[in-house]
Design a protein around this ligand. Structure first.
Ligand SMILES: [Mg+2]
Length: 238
């Protein structure tokens, strides 16, 4: 049993780690897809939460309020694939007939919308681990739907554990990609505890460096219309 973790800004670096016995697990936001503009990104959600804490909300309240604002934007925004290499990954998944799973901090109220968003960039068939939809008994709502576990406020290792127990599958090897290192670490803990070979990649194709609070503030003013980063920047400089 081995564990290997690394960081990279391209999915290409994962390809060598994939073999036929791999359960390949993907985060969704900022790993597969992201909004076409700054507002609606996870970075923006964190910025909102921080602002709310500054206004006196507790960490928990601020997180919930920020999440609700983030969710509202998901219903409005177009998304793009984070990196074109994902389509190469998709071909590899097909050719090896791999088992793949989505593992997201989105909650299950967004499950249908998530697949509409994935479909808009040709990624709605990426999760091949198909099983009937199931609510998983965790501290917070947690649901498996159409190949993805919607963990909500639960840790991702909890969501994965509950799903694998439910379907009675123990993978020999897990490869996981997520833009948040904390989640890569959670699955490492899980894999070690379960004696599963693990490769975890923290993925930086969509970095915090792209976040610009001034652009986000202007975009917020224009809601429910979504203006592009370019348009917001022009207004900022006008
Ligand atoms: Mg993410």
């Amino acid at each position: 049993m081995s564990v290997f973790k690394f960081e990279s800004d391209t999915l290409q670096d994962l390809l060598d780690h994939i073999d036929a016995k791999t359960l390949f697990i993907f985060d969704i936001d900022h790993t597969l897809i992201e909004p076409v503009q700054i507002i609606g990104s996870t970075h923006w959600e964190k910025y909102i939460a921080k602002k709310l804490k500054g206004q006196g909300f507790t960490h928990h309240e601020a997180s919930i309020r920020a999440f609700h604002q983030w969710r509202t934007i998901q219903h409005l925004t177009a998304v793009k694939a984070v990196e074109n290499s994902i389509y190469e990954v998709l071909r590899l998944i097909d050719s090896l007939n791999l088992r793949t799973l989505g593992l997201t901090a989105r909650d299950s109220t967004l499950s249908e919308l998530t697949f509409d968003q994935l479909k808009s960039v040709g990624l709605d068939k990426i999760f091949t681990f198909q099983s009937p939809s199931e609510d998983l008994a965790a501290d917070y709502p947690c649901r498996y739907f159409n190949g993805a576990v919607f963990c909500g406020f639960n840790r991702k290792d909890i969501g994965l554990r509950l799903f694998l127990e439910h379907v009675k599958v123990k993978p020999q090897k897990v490869v996981f990609v997520d833009d948040q290192k904390s989640h890569v670490d959670e699955l490492e803990e899980f894999s070690i505890a379960e004696g599963i070979e693990y490769v975890g990649m923290t993925y930086h194709a969509s970095g915090d460096h792209k976040f610009n609070p001034q652009i986000a503030e202007i975009q917020e003013k224009y809601l429910p219309k979504l203006i592009s980063d370019r348009e917001a920047l022009d207004l900022l400089e006008a």
